[in-house]
Design a protein around this ligand. Sequence first.
Ligand code: FAD
Length: 306
Amino acid sequence: MNGDTKEKLKSLIKGNVSFDVPLAQYTSLGVGGRADALAFPQDEEDLREILQFAKERDIPYYVLGRGTNVIVRDGGLRGIVISLCRGFRRVRIIGREDDEVLVSAGAGVNLKDLVRFTGERNLTGLEAFTGIPGTVGGALAMNAGAFGSEMRDVVRSVAMMKETGSVTVKQREELRFDYRNLVLPKGSIILRGVLGVGEAKGEEIAAKVKSFQRLRFESQPWNVPTAGSIFKNPEGAPAGQLIDELGLKGYRIGAARISEKHGNFIVNEGDATAAEVLDLMAFIRDEVYGKRGIRLTPEVHIIGEE
Ligand SMILES: Cc1cc2nc3c(=O)[nH]c(=O)nc-3n(C[C@H](O)[C@H](O)[C@H](O)COP(=O)(O)OP(=O)(O)OC[C@H]3O[C@@H](n4cnc5c(N)ncnc54)[C@H](O)[C@@H]3O)c2cc1C
């Protein structure tokens, strides 16, 4: 990105823009190279400016949430990385429909803050998302789920900005969710989602949150750098169970190690490279295919250049 492009981009929006940014610091696994630019639009107007600028100059862009399901390759990312984590953080109750309360949440809101917001107001339905460390935007885009609930069960509508800068709101019936994926028009960025929740006693909600937290702490590595589940669960058996049955837990390449606690998590022991993580993933896929005949596909999004 040349000096003129950098100057123009910086002066274009109210939010912050940084250049040559190490993306390892913006992803939970903590590997990978640098982004040419990282922009934090403050509002829709800022975001529209960025998208139009990117289109005019033919610059690629990529939207990042908390980076908790993303692996950035070691060569980093060309173009503009857009984060809504500073500007799009509003949560509010917008009304009622039948026996549901409708909660609107900005794409940059952390799921844990959303669960806290609803819990404090005796609103139930989001407790299972406790402990998923991403944002509302990332959770909608990934159709995140846990303990039998997925985002598709609670979403009522999603507002998104297309690459042209126009905003559309899609109702639940118009959205196509798959396993860990929401099908979005190319280049679209989720701005906010409306979720439908019920009402319950505060103690019941708190008890559910606590029990989901306990199950998570017991079964997953916590407070260490990971990118969540590396592979999607194939038909028949969870990916973690297949990896465990093949005795692969603890296997490492460089500083990337298969978690002893959960076979479908790769832990960065400190200074792992993306190449080590990706080699470890290739090793797991080969082992599982060779010994069980099952093809694993990544759940994590792998982005950037070698
Ligand atoms: C310890 C740990 C536990 C986890 N447990 C779970 C779990 O139980 N269940 C589960 O489903 N996941 C889990 N994850 C994975 C991850 O937290 C979820 O997928 C989460 O929803 C990703 O949100 P994010 O904001 O980090 O998105 P990112 O990882 O930053 O992005 C994920 C994808 O969403 C896209 N995206 C992000 N924001 C937007 C937006 N505004 N508009 C359009 N696209 C967008 C990105 O481009 C990318 O393709 C876990 C991860 C970790 C590290």
